[in-house]
Design a binder for this molecule. Structure first.
Ligand code: ZN
Length: 251
């Protein structure tokens, strides 16, 4: 199995049908979580994932609608008896704050906590974030209100590419991350500082020559058909408005 599961598709103000934007990437039994919000254990369970399968957590940036569930997930993993180490990866700005957030909970007093490896990557275009037998993940700084990374996943077994803009204004970095991608998942908050309109999502997908465009991180009250048409006006390929627990097949 090789897939992406959308765990949440809402922009910062979510509703009962749309959790804040986060997702998982599954390669066989292995799971990489991208951002961590709300009550992650519940979302993972609903997606058919046991938390023990999560080996890495990538945090794209330190806004509450992307990291609020991080302490709860770590605590729950510990209470469930996890022994395996967990990697938490992001830029220094994010990683330092994620550690401080855990320190506020005085997690050093939680006995026999499993090993957590915090990894701060360079804030440079196309920095390898992870490179092993399954996947190469590249990260580039994008244009948001604080240090934020977009991602490009190259699956080693079939050469497929999945790209994720994270929160950003339209920028060349995402065009590069999504170059000839099989799937580009782009934020579609709407025209505002640090974010992207749906027409601009389509423009980025066109410039990148992406095959498929998925929209996420949109206000939950939006009409999906309107969003789709707006992106479709600037992109000739298929546009899908992501919904919570949508599967994107990458086999
Ligand atoms: Zn956000």
């Amino acid at each position: 199995m090789q897939r992406v599961v959308i765990l949440g598709s809402a922009s910062a103000v979510s509703d009962e049908h749309h959790e804040n934007s986060h997702l998982l990437v599954q390669i066989g039994d292995r799971v990489i979580l991208v951002d961590c919000v709300g009550n992650p254990i519940v979302r993972l369970k609903k997606a058919g994932i046991h938390p023990a399968q999560v080996q890495e957590i990538i945090l794209t940036h330190f806004h509450p609608d992307h990291v609020s569930g991080f302490p709860l997930l770590l605590m729950d993993m510990w209470l469930m008896g996890r022994n395996d180490s967990l990697k938490v990866i992001g830029v220094a700005h994010t990683i330092e704050r994620a550690q401080k957030m855990m320190d506020l909970y005085e997690w050093d007093r939680w006995p026999n906590f499993f090993p957590v490896q915090f990894i701060a990557i360079e804030e440079q275009a196309m920095t390898p974030l992870l490179d092993d037998q399954d996947v190469l993940i590249l990260a580039s700084p994008v244009k948001h209100l604080l240090p934020t990374i977009g991602l490009r996943f190259l699956f080693k077994n079939n050469g497929k590419v999945f790209s994720y803009s994270s929160d950003t204004e339209p920028c060349q970095a995402v065009v590069e991350l999504a170059k000839d991608a099989d799937v580009l998942l782009h934020e579609a908050t709407g025209l505002s500082i640090g974010h992207t309109s749906r027409e601009q999502c389509g423009e980025i997908a066109t410039q990148a020559n992406a095959k498929l465009l998925y929209l996420t991180h949109y206000p939950p009250e939006s009409d999906p058909e309107v969003l789709r048409h707006q992106s479709q006006s600037t992109f000739a390929g298929p546009v899908v408005v992501a919904t919570d627990f949508l599967n994107i097949d990458l086999t």
